[in-house]
Design a protein around this ligand. Sequence first.
Ligand code: ADP
Ligand code: ADP
Length: 225
Amino acid sequence: PPALELRGLSKTYGDNKLTALSDVTLSIRPGEIFALLGPNGAGKTTLIGSVCGLVKKTSGKVLVFGHDLDEDPVRPRYQIGLVPQEVNFDPFFTVAESLYIQQGYYGQPRDEARVKEVLAALNLSHKADAITRALSGGMKRRLLIAKALVHKPKLVFLDEPTAGVDVELRRDLWNYVRRLAAEGTTIVLTTHYLEEAEELADRVGVINEGKLLLVEDKRTLLRRL
Ligand code: ADP
Ligand code: ADP
């Protein structure tokens, strides 16, 4: 089955009847890097939230590796990792502790080797015992990524992963995304930088005002622009 399948996904927020997503149909294959490209307010975060369980969809279907989230909203999501835009940590944990807690959220046993591996991959090993509150902004973003990946998700969402990050983190993140995809992890990232979609993605979906306007192979898209 596809890693992710959306069938007619729609979301209308509250009483103002704002349609943030309108009848989005999309299929993403395992191991693919898919970039969702669109301006602010296009509906990118709402789409991710609908899959990850942070937003209640209005209508449509969401299937994760063939599992309909209406039938089982919990277990299919254990395969998902989410790197949100907002940095939001409990301030009293160390970096390593926050990763062990994350493993627990996903029903996994404490795995020290895995935590070490993820910390090393994100150049965070020297911060393992630091209190998360004391980290710099860049280190907090690295931890946010580590938290999203520590349980070895097969489908990873990155919401505007490089907005406001320094050049070094952008490079590390792009390299890591490529490595994950090469290992078979499916990546969905949102961006409003064409450059980032161009750099990373196999396919690009263009979204505006809640509508998925086109989905194309990156090369085809670049030829048209
Ligand atoms: P993007 O991630 O592409 O910037 P969003 O999904 O955040 O877009 O937002 C899509 C639209 O939905 C925007 O018009 C935004 O203002 C609106 N929106 C997002 N979240 C909420 C919410 N919790 N309540 C009401 N409107 C929202
Ligand atoms: P905290 O405030 O400690 O980060 P949260 O409960 O907000 O705790 O989220 C815990 C972590 O789980 C976050 O890092 C987030 O990336 C991830 N997460 C939250 N909801 C989901 C979800 N539905 N699917 C996948 N990951 C999620």
